[in-house]
Ligand binder design. Structure first.
Ligand code: TUI
Length: 315
């Protein structure tokens, strides 16, 4: 299986499954577990200063000898230093999110790093492919955290048609059916965040995981559309306050202040009322915490079941 898969070949991984690089959640424990299970674990650098990220990389290397990646959040105040760290550490795979990474690409390419940006539009995908990126992650608005406007269903095939590099589909994918659907749209791989948050290895606070397990299909909302930083999270006291202030025309400054530090508060301290519980729309389907190895096995088995369902529907 996946012998000829372009992403598996390019990155030397067994299964074409990336774990989304989630800030405060995608730490060495989860990353190593996903890579050891045959996927690509990705450290979520978020707002980490370079020395903290370096320690996380060392910890990951101690837990796995398989390939893993680092996700750089382009809104980080440390983005320049962290990009330099990627070069110094010769990180094999770097994904980027929440912006345009064009200026950093030449240095990483020259170093042999595979650069795989997240895109939320065809225009950015085309522009970045011209700068030499190795693949793109087309992420739909079903995702958790920072989101674009288009759905995965609409975005993925349009990006596939527009570029000549492999496409990884992300947003709203939570099981084998979702993976099969992504392949049907022309993607070569998938990236999943939500499914791996409710794993035993994810260090998210138990309150965070419990709330995700309780989520229904309509439990998430998008805050911050007016600030240019739209973010999908579970509805709670914070989102109610935020949306109320946003509707009342509060300034970007006030709103940014309201959300500062709230992801850490929910993910690490377990304050899931005042903190930001970033998670995707597929959280409504999550009902069990499992070890990553079991999740991966189930995902791969689920692709075959979905294929059979396609066959049956077409009889
Ligand atoms: O980046 C993400 N997900 C995120 S970022 C984030 S922010 C954060 N907050 C607190 C602590 C740490 C981190 C939370 N979740 N996903 C990738 C993604 N990128 N989704 C959408 C985009 C995107 C959107 C517009 C990428 C590029 C883009 O265009 C920018 C341009 O300049 O054209």
């Amino acid at each position: 299986m996946f012998k000829d898969n372009k992403i598996c070949q390019m990155l030397g991984i067994k299964y074409p499954v990336f774990q989304g690089g989630m800030a405060w959640l995608g730490t060495a424990e989860l990353v190593a577990a996903v890579s050891n299970a045959g996927g690509l674990g990705i450290i979520g650098a978020g707002h980490m200063p370079p020395d903290v990220l370096k320690a996380e990389i060392e910890k990951t290397k101690a837990l796995t000898d398989k390939p893993f990646g680092v996700n750089i959040m382009l809104m980080s105040p440390f983005v320049k230093e962290v990009m330099q760290l990627m070069v110094d550490e010769k990180i094999p795979v770097v994904t980027t999110g929440a912006g345009n990474p064009a200026e950093y690409i030449p240095a990483m390419k020259a170093n042999g790093t595979k650069v795989i940006p997240v895109v939320a539009s065809v225009a950015l995908a085309k522009r970045l492919v011209r700068t030499g990126v190795d693949a793109v992650i087309a992420e739909g608005t079903e995702s958790g955290g920072h989101v674009g406007e288009l759905t995965t269903m609409a975005l993925v095939p349009q990006v596939v048609d527009a570029v000549d590099v492999p496409v990884i589909a992300a947003g709203g994918i939570g099981d084998g059916r979702g993976i099969a659907a992504a392949f049907a749209l022309g993607a070569q791989a998938v990236q999943m965040g939500t499914r791996f948050v409710v794993s035993e290895e994810c260090i998210a606070h138990e309150n965070y995981k419990s709330l995700v397990l309780k989520a229904k299909d309509r439990s998430t909302v998008v805050t911050g559309r007016s600030t240019g930083h739209p973010s999908r999270c579970l509805q709670n006291k914070l989102t109610r306050t935020f949306l109320e202030r946003e509707m009342a025309g509060a300034s970007t400054e006030e709103l940014d202040k309201l959300s500062a530090g709230t992801l850490r508060l929910a993910a690490r301290e377990g304050d899931v009322e005042r903190g930001s519980v970033m998670i995707g729309q597929i959280s409504g389907m999550m009902n069990e915490i499992k070890p990553v190895a079991d999740i991966m096995e189930e995902l791969i088995a689920g692709i075959g079941k979905a294929e059979a369902a396609i066959g049956k529907a077409c009889l």
